[in-house]
Structures are given as structure tokens and as C-alpha cells.
Design a protein around this ligand. Sequence first.
Ligand code: PRP
Ligand code: URA
Length: 206
Amino acid sequence: MITVLDHSLIKHKISIMRDKSTSTYIFKQNLDEIAKLMAYEVTRNVVIREKPIETPICPTVGYEIGQPIVLVPILRAGIGLVDGFRDIIPTAKIGHIGMYRNEETLEPIEYYARFPKCMPESLVIVTDPMLATGGSASAAITQIKQRGAKKIILVCLVGVPEGVARIQKDHPDVDITLAAMDDHLNEKGYIVPGLGDAGDRLFGTD
Ligand code: PRP
Ligand code: URA
């Protein structure tokens, strides 16, 4: 399933991020704010269980999260979404997977992977600002499945139909949530209109 969040606040904030004159500091600030909104949305149906509680007035039935939640940012740019998600889900555990695209071939290269043990019983939320060819996210999800993950949601800020189609083909069981669906990829594999190189804009590299 693919969900594109249709929300005025997100449209406003993502436009600030797209603007090439936006500083690293403001870029991250808006990413944090969007991440919180996305976290709220993608956890809408997380498993909950009943828990008896007592209010100051009477006993009643409350609820608590009923499964572990693991965030897996795709390094490096995926880290940018973690702070906002952790603000909303402070008990989430964090796995890491390092991927970068070979600039010529656009093929993903893995350079790091470390995950908590609870992957099989967890809701695993994979984060990356950009879903371009989909190669990085697809390879990351393959690794995550090899660690036993069964329920995976891919959360990206900006995607294109090409990237979505790649994930749907390689991993039809994975739900995708985007803050925006852009038009296409250019000849260098950048999302158009996009926001440029997310990692560089987030960390101030060039
Ligand atoms: C960017 C982005 C994604 C990937 C998307 O990472 O953060 O991981 O490109 O492209 P794809 O869908 O075509 O694979 P990049 O390779 O620039 O590495 P970085 O996060 O270290 O900057
Ligand atoms: N990776 C980025 O950081 N930006 C794009 O537009 C495509 C891939």
C-alpha cells in the first residue's frame, strides 16, 4: 500500500526544505517537524493491548503499545528523520543500515548494518528522506527481512513513481508512506523537483 500524506502543514514545511536558499539548520528543523507528523500517521494502527488502570474516579480499561517498534534509518540521510520519530515514540529501538549510491551506476552499496534482536516481533519503520530509483531502500529492506522482520513500513519524505514501483515489485508486503510524490528522476538520478542531495543539505556537506 502507498500513502501520500495530504496535509497543508506538510506541504508548507516541505516547500521550505525544497528551497535551495534554506540553511542546514532550518532544513533540519522542518525535517524534525515533518517527521513528527509522519510518525503520528504511520503508527495509527500499531498493535495495542488493553491494560486495566484506575483513574482518580474509577477503574477502567486503558491501552498500551503491544509490540516493539524499531526505527531503521538508512544512513546517512535517514538519520534526519529519527529525532522526530523518537519524540513521538520514545521507547522505539534503533537499528542502522549504511547505504550509499554509486554516483555513476546508481547501485546501492552497503557499508554498515546493526539491528536490535527484537526484529521478528517488531513493527519496523525504515526511514530515508529520498526514494529515487528505490535501489537503496530495496536493498536495505532485503537486509532487514534477513534479520527476521515481518512487518515493515518504509517512510520517505519525497518519492517518485519509479522508486515506488521498485519497492512494490521487490517487496509487495511493505507499506510505503511519503510526504510528497514528485514527478520524475533526472538523468543523474535526482528527484525532480525534489530538494537536491538530502544528506548534503542535512549535514552541510557538498
Ligand atoms: C540518498 C538517499 C537515499 C538514496 C536514494 O542517499 O538518502 O538513501 O540516495 O536513492 P535511490 O532510491 O536511487 O537508491 P545517498 O546515496 O546520497 O547517501 P547519503 O545518505 O550518505 O547521502
Ligand atoms: N538522493 C538524494 O539525496 N536526492 C535525490 O534527489 C535522489 C537521491
